[in-house]
Design a protein around this ligand. Sequence first.
Ligand SMILES: Cc1ncc(COP(=O)(O)O)c(C=O)c1O
Length: 390
Amino acid sequence: MRIPGFTSTASKRPEALFGPGAPRGLPVRFTRSEGARLWDEQGREYLDFVMALGAVGLGYGHPAVSRAAHAAVDAGVVGSLPPEAEERLAERLAGLVPAMERTRFLKTGAEAVAAAVRLARTHTGRDGLLRCGYHGWHDWCQSPGAPGVPGAVTALAEELPFNDPERARALIRLIGDRLAAVVIEPVIEGPPSAEWLAVLREETRRVGALLVFDEIKTGFRVALGGAAERYGGEPDLVVLGKALANGFPLAAVGGRRAVMEDARRAWISSTLATELVALAAAEATLTVMQGKQVPAHLGAVGRVLFDGLAELALRYPLLLDAPAGVPEMCFLKYRNEETGIQLARRAAERGVLFKRSAYNFVSLAHDGGLVERGLEALEESLAELASPGA
Ligand SMILES: Cc1ncc(COP(=O)(O)O)c(C=O)c1O
């Protein structure tokens, strides 16, 4: 095997999906995907709820996105000048995501959040950070002691608990005029409370720090304008990735003009940030997102999934806790880890890819019928696990 750790995307490792020492026969590599389905190396078909870790909102290989990408390939992919599509897409985002008056594009989510942090530090002239959630693999957001990451860097970013207004107020005041930004994922195991968001906004303003929403999972999923539209919060900067280009590599950092103009001073630049294929894919994705009101669909279909999971939790109280997340991105909670592992394995044996931890995602390609099929596979697997001798 030439790839240490099996694959370059950690959450797609067999042990991430199916637990350590997973038996042979489970799906480990894919060859093709379409809509809400995926085929493995053996040609077996799966109904997918992992959905490339939320990287597609329209389903795999949406025809309009594929057509736009093919046209961009035919147009040469890259050139020595920036493409028209870059400015056009920034204009589209400004109309959709309220905070995104100005935008810069990058390739990965981690890169784009790192750019937001660089911008916040440039704008405020401060180093301190508070962070809440997962923001990728870059140095600034790793836990103290993470291999290969200088302690001097991790010491600058403290962890902020989710949905805890009192703690947020205390931490922001404590760091005070050393604080450059509070960077949060707006949905973690549930929606943000209005009170928490209000405290974050009020207190960051008070100390002169920025509020950054990492909307890499929530963007174009909980609303066209993301969590900031759905739940409020008035972020200064917003970061998008994943569903933005429906699986093509593109991420964006955008925000208030006064902050984003500092991108001229801070060094943020990447050779392939302006390649045409992902930009064209994103334009096509946004057209479908708007035309088909995709977040409303995700909310409705996700509700069928979420309610179904809640019902399973009621029926199997010895195995399951109530589901967590929001309908658009949710997961089951288990009485013990082994149950989650066994459930994911048994669902896969029944042709369903279901993530045992945060998060499962629905897409435009999912409908009520497919969700019911997925729930049936989970129910059958749980019945097996609940029976003596399982
Ligand atoms: C909220 C959030 N921020 C940042 C990232 C990192 O994005 P990427 O893996 O594209 O670098 C992720 C990826 O899962 C994410 O969910």
